[in-house]
Write a protein that binds this ligand. Sequence first.
Ligand SMILES: [Zn+2]
Length: 143
Amino acid sequence: MNAVCVRCGGFHDDYRLICPHCGHRPDGEGLLIAWLLSSEHLGKEQLEQAAERVRSGESIRPSDRMLERARRALGTHFSSDPGLSTGQRIGLLSTSLLLTPLVGWVLWFWWRRSRPRAAIQALGLSLPATAIFTALVLWLRFW
Ligand SMILES: [Zn+2]
């Protein structure tokens, strides 16, 4: 694999790793851009051109369609997100019921871009938990 660093335009082996030239480490949306600037997506000549553009100080702003393609390739698209495992679901549900249903909302917010399926599942588990929790709190208040 060959990849162009989005910050310094230097070449390195793996778009997921820290750039050996400038220490830049892509994460989140940056990882999508890093993938777009790697040999997984671009040909050799296009990579050279991308490196030139970064080195000349041009900022790389991929279109939504490009980002969508990267997201799909990296497994963060809804159709390729495996979602939550059974263990995670039970863990989330019991946390929601015993502590606070807020956890599900936080996870949803966290994952809504990177893990859309897991995010929806977290929300799905938290909504009923939120209802039960609210009912319980109200019931305790009026007791
Ligand atoms: Zn770099």
